[in-house]
Design a protein around this ligand. Sequence first.
Ligand code: DQA
Length: 142
Amino acid sequence: MTIAIINGPNLNLLGKREVDIYGNQTFDDYFITLKEKFDQQAILTYFQSNHEGGIIDHIHEIGYEYDGIVLNGAAYTHTSVAIADAIAAVTTPVVEVHISNIHAREGFRQHSYSATNCIGVITGLGLKGYELAIKYLIDRKK
Ligand code: DQA
């Protein structure tokens, strides 16, 4: 069982970026705890890019092999038809995650192009959303 976490632009700055919204933990630190938590159940990989094409290339690379993808496309969620198309093109199921509650924020964040092609969306539960998405993808394979 292999699950990829893919984070989009500016999420490399977690821990120092708008900490009132996104918290003060770095994703690298959080990823260590995630790997420990799911040690017996899944191999987790982590990829982050600030570039739309990099995210698309990575979805293509793993999207016919891996058992699940947890995607936080960050701002591309609200702009990228190309990422939405990449999700539709691959066979690996994708769960979309947002740290903040995109429905409680500015109007432009309330629409997700990518969500249309995902199994579901977890939004507003902080970093915990990634853990819940992984758990869902593991349970769904059982
Ligand atoms: C985000 C929400 C997006 O609107 C924003 O552009 C991000 C992060 C989140 O995780 O809450 O960069 O995806």
